[in-house]
Design a protein around this ligand. Structure first.
Ligand SMILES: [Zn+2]
Length: 262
């Protein structure tokens, strides 16, 4: 049962745009996901506008414990520097961690060198590894098929487990690697494309059917998804899979205590 007295677990969608055109036109916001897990605040994939979307919603970067970047593409990393600056109070207070794949940190790093010094540390995401942030753990079970080094995550809080399936071409490893009560899936494409390394609605249907979470949330919509009205796509996926499927909305705050009652 949800305990209203405890801090609980919440996920705020600071944007639902995915891939180039939905992001460059800002037809949807693109600020990433703000996790508040049992009082530990973690920012995931701070795309363009994260600083705007987070401050607008009174989310306070100086309370973040970590920023996690699934991969270096701009729609996931553009605001890393400004968010690190905010997390470290202008770089004056050493605190917080940054997690990213090696190829986002080595050549042409997503983080400026002068800001690295303000962090408590930088964690390199690798396949099959687990990481700890305060009382939250997360793992990066498998490297995705995408143009750059990319990982999704499984988060474990004292109360809940949920997965974030970041950008990828479909492969069976996704179904074998992720799990939990809640599945957040980046579904850029309405129809699968040979030439684009992103998940389609049919891929999402297959993954949801295989993993049977209590709830699945679609997000990171490309133009074709947006035109198809993601909430209608989600409704049809609910009917096909028997799982409650939601389409994320810009600014939507999902309380994980909802999972306890279903
Ligand atoms: Zn990408």
């Amino acid at each position: 049962m949800g305990d209203k007295g405890s801090s609980g677990d919440t996920i705020t969608f600071l944007g639902t745009a995915g891939a180039r055109f939905a992001v460059t036109t800002q037809i949807l916001d693109s600020g990433g996901l703000w996790l508040d897990l049992n009082g530990t605040e973690i920012l995931l994939d701070p795309g363009p506008g994260c600083i705007v979307q987070s401050t607008k919603r009174k989310l306070r970067a100086e309370k973040l414990s970590a920023i996690i970047v699934s991969h270096r593409h701009l729609d996931h990393s553009a605001d890393v520097n400004i968010m690190v600056e905010a997390m470290t109070q202008g770089g004056l207070k050493q605190r917080g961690w940054l997690f990213a794949p090696a190829d986002a940190l080595d050549t042409e790093p997503v983080i400026f060198s002068y800001l690295r010094k303000a962090l408590d540390g930088i964690g390199v995401l690798q396949e099959g590894k687990s990481y700890q942030i305060d009382n939250i753990s997360f793992s990066t079970p498998i490297r995705h098929i995408h143009q750059v080094e990319t990982y999704g995550m499984i988060f474990t809080t004292p109360e809940h487990t949920f997965s974030y399936i970041a950008d990828s071409r479909y492969f069976d490893g996704l179904c074998h690697s992720y799990g939990g009560e809640l599945l957040i899936i980046n579904v850029v494409l309405l129809e699968a494309s040979q030439h684009i390394d992103h998940l389609s609605v049919a891929d999402a249907e297959h993954i949801i059917t295989e993993l049977t979470p209590k709830v699945a949330i679609l997000t990171h919509f490309g133009m074709s998804m947006w035109r198809a009205k993601p909430w209608e796509v989600a409704q049809s996926l609910s009917q096909k899979t028997g799982v409650r499927v939601l389409a994320a909305r810009d600014g939507m705050k999902f309380e994980l205590s909802q999972l306890d009652t279903t």
